[in-house]
Write a protein of this length. Structure first.
Length: 145
């Protein structure tokens, strides 16, 4: 598989429909140039730590932002977040939880773990496009890293 050399957005999403909707929203807002989609928490950690199938890759494993679902197979999103935010080299990467969970304990725990933003996925496509546009504009264009 061919990966972009420079990843701006790491999208960690196990639901193919949600991943496709996120990509459509990013493309519609001209923010999809360098997106890497991984489908579970283990694959996200493999990418970030150049392990597994990413071991010999030449890609920069430090994206500008990480869009992270919480409910993931293999390694759940909270564990991915915990690992990222406890690593001195990775903790500066903005992590935006983009999930369907409205559970207060998920929100509170995510902020305790160091998430930069917690967004509940809108069900309506147009609202989803707006949310992704706002995320992209803020974290990729306005925010200074």
């Amino acid at each position: 598989m061919q990966y972009p050399h420079e990843v701006e957005i790491l999208l960690v999403e196990d639901n193919p429909n949600d991943a496709e909707m996120a990509m459509r929203a990013l493309k519609k807002n001209h923010l999809a140039n360098n997106v890497l989609i991984v489908h579970d928490g283990a694959e996200a950690l493999d990418y970030l730590y150049k392990q597994g199938k990413f071991k010999d890759s030449q890609i920069n494993n430090r994206p500008k932002i990480i869009l992270l679902d919480l409910k993931l197979p293999k390694v759940d999103g909270k564990e991915v977040l915990r690992k990222i935010k406890s690593d001195p080299d990775k903790k500066v990467i903005p992590v935006i939880v983009l999930t369907s969970s409205k559970e207060e304990r998920d929100v509170v725990e995510s902020y305790h773990l160091g998430v930069n933003s917690y967004i509940v996925k809108p069900v309506d496509f147009d609202k989803f496009v707006e949310a992704v546009r706002d995320i992209g504009f803020y974290w990729l264009l306005l925010n200074h890293q």
